[in-house]
Design a protein. Sequence first.
Length: 177
Amino acid sequence: MAKTTFARPYAKAAFSYAKENKALVRWETALCLASLVVQHQEAASILFSPTVLAEEKIDCLLAWINESISHDLKHFFELLYKNQRLALLPWIASEFSQMKTMDEHIQQVIVYSADIMNEMQQSLIAEKLAARFGQAVNIVNKIDPSLIGGVKISAGDWVYDDTLKARIDTLSRALIS
């Protein structure tokens, strides 16, 4: 939670700038790639090494991203480095993507299931949720074998839990009381 709190102002600033300059896709791509780089063990050992010069760290990050980075993105990454916030890139990228999704009026939905959902299942859930929320939805399927069966759907603050695990827990609590 704390990392998201620290990341949010950077994500908001990046989002505002990118939207104003009609560069949301370019910024989202660069932030997602940079977040993958800082999570990579080899890259992290260089980026967070006290023996590597700051300019070399930024050059390495930009080389690993392998994108034609504009001056504004390079400046943003330099600012993150200067403020010792490069490690927050995964959270900044996530917050940025959520802001972009909300701006596009697409509801981000996470569907937890015990097994991978097929395309037909996902489209059926997407159709029902689009009707419920009154906007398009983007489904991300996350696998959680502990659910046993059924689905747990999370969209912002709204949660629907129709898993076997939840049913067993409810039955167990009823039997205990």
